[in-house]
Design a protein around this ligand. Structure first.
Ligand SMILES: Nc1ncnc2c1ncn2[C@@H]1O[C@H](COP(=O)(O)OP(=O)(O)O)[C@@H](O)[C@H]1O
Ligand SMILES: [Mg+2]
Length: 260
């Protein structure tokens, strides 16, 4: 590692980025994460891919401070928000109260309503979570994360349970929110297309380490039909060991091809 990289890591750690060095996690004598090195610069969008069970959620929880059983070093900003595949809204609280839950200081309702407006749910602020669609519930969860003005946004397959069209809209929303607020972002996904659409870099977790890194140096908004997009998608699929992704997506049905 050169002096420049050392300096970059120090910058990331002190300026609301993430630095993970030699991180490991063992469950019941089984090593899930062996030696993870990962840096996320402030404001950078990183996607994390890997086979099911490779340890993506474990790593995200470690970075999120939800798992104290790690070895190695994890530095992450204090102001974090996490969105999971399930929305985890409290059914007995209205939508805005869910967003406001745990907030301190004044104007809590106004802050919650502003965040809900940003995700297009201002009109649902007094609704109960049980009356929301899957996409609306995930947007509420995003608003609940945003309202905390996080330096680090952790997303664990947040659109995994949504139908294809709803997922496309949610991806566009995340792209817009990230561009507006610019938190460092770690998105766990099993969808290579989602990674290439959204991320600055895509990492592949394999055998307990970051096995590959692919820089996504494409202007935004990205187009799935752009030949460079297609090439990057193929590289990621190859990295995941699933060969080529089949035809360029023309319809939502073709999304199946990009899932592993
Ligand atoms: N709390 C836990 N106790 C025991 N094993 C766990 C625990 N959490 C995760 N694991 C195991 O660690 C491995 C990685 O899990 P996970 O991080 O959820 O994978 P991924 O998110 O990549 O699908 C799996 O084999 C899982 O069963
Ligand atoms: Mg997972």
């Amino acid at each position: 590692m050169g002096a420049t990289e050392h300096a970059a890591i120090a910058d990331a750690a002190t300026a609301h980025g993430v630095v993970v060095r030699g991180a490991g996690r063992v469950f019941d004598g089984r090593t899930v994460l062996a030696d993870v090195d990962l840096t996320i610069a402030p404001g950078e969008f990183v996607a994390l891919l890997g086979a099911s069970g490779s340890g993506k959620s474990t790593l995200l929880r470690g970075i999120g401070g939800l798992d104290r059983g790690f070895t190695g070093r994890i530095d992450a900003p204090a102001a974090k928000a996490i969105v999971f595949q399930e929305h985890r809204l409290m059914p007995w609280l209205s939508v805005w109260r869910n967003v406001a839950l745990g907030l301190r200081g004044g104007n809590i309702r106004e802050r919650a309503l502003t965040a809900l407006d940003e995700v297009g749910l201002g009109a649902k602020s007094d609704a109960w979570p049980s009356t929301l669609s899957g996409g609306e519930a995930q947007r509420t969860a995003l608003a609940r994360g945003l309202v905390r003005e996080p330096d680090l946004l952790l997303l664990d397959e947040p659109f995994g349970a949504l139908d294809a069209l709803t997922r496309l809209n949610a991806q566009r929303l995340v792209a817009r929110l990230w561009e507006t607020h610019r938190p460092a972002t770690l998105l766990v996904t099993h969808d290579v297309e989602e990674a290439v659409l959204l991320a600055d870099r895509a990492l592949i977790l394999r055998d307990g380490r970051i096995a590959e890194e692919i820089v996504v140096d494409l202007p935004r908004p990205r187009r799935v039909t752009d030949p460079e997009f297609v090439a990057l998608r193929s590289r990621l699929l190859a990295g995941l060991g699933v060969g080529d992704g089949g035809p360029i997506r023309a319809t939502t049905e073709d999304q199946e091809y990009t899932h592993v």
